[in-house]
Ligand binder design. Sequence first.
Ligand SMILES: C[S@@+](CC[C@H](N)C(=O)[O-])C[C@H]1O[C@@H](n2cnc3c(N)ncnc32)[C@H](O)[C@@H]1O
Length: 250
Amino acid sequence: MANAQVTAGPPAARRLASRLKRATKEILSWSVPPASLEELRLLRTVRPYTMVPVPRLRTLWKLANRASVEGLSGAFVECGSCNGGTGAILAHVAAREARVVWLFDSFEGLPEPKPQDGERAKAWVGQCLGQEEMVREVLSRVGAKTDRVQIVKGWFDNTLGPAQTGPIALLHLDADWYESTMTILNNFYDRVVPGGFLVFDDYGHWPGCRRALDEFLQTRGLRPVLMPSDNEGIWFRKPVDTRNGSTPSN
Ligand SMILES: C[S@@+](CC[C@H](N)C(=O)[O-])C[C@H]1O[C@@H](n2cnc3c(N)ncnc32)[C@H](O)[C@@H]1O
């Protein structure tokens, strides 16, 4: 009965009813309901600007907040920002503190993959083409302190090394390919503070990303506990003592 009244009501009421219905359906599809209205609002705001599924968005939100609550010093850094949805989650949390955020992307889409990335990767060259204006738009929509967000356009080979990020509290790696992931690790792993978070979007999806991390950890003799974000994403904390690979509690 109530539905029939809304359907017959003025266009604004109909639009509101349909938005509420969509929002309820979406929230019911998440395995765990959002912990707060802030998280819910943030997720809904960034969704149109990201290709990352909700469970991994929620992991980023959770870990950025943990870095903040635990007082981890250092920047939030993302490599592979595309249209800015995931970076906006980091920038929203960072806006509460004097924390700097760095967002790196070619804004030219994905580069040529390497054999380690597998046959399937070849079809993706130039895909995931983000726009810097979209990144700026979502940053302003989530209340980011834009004077503390650095957006760096270019290929990681050229941009990561010279970037004056300082120590890193949370590093989000979302660049799909073997070489891109290895370049990020080679440039930034040592900048991550002990106990800092490393979050990998593609570990269970793209073989090259997985291989890059596995090889990097093996070369360094590290065995952190890899925590699942969902069936594809993983994260871990940088071991505090690099001599014995001990890991802070997850
Ligand atoms: C899957 S998208 C990132 C998705 C994004 N985090 C989101 O919220 O939707 C991967 C991005 O990594 C970037 N990328 C991959 N390898 C790169 C490289 N070597 N240098 C610069 N950008 C790179 C691509 O341009 C692309 O925008």
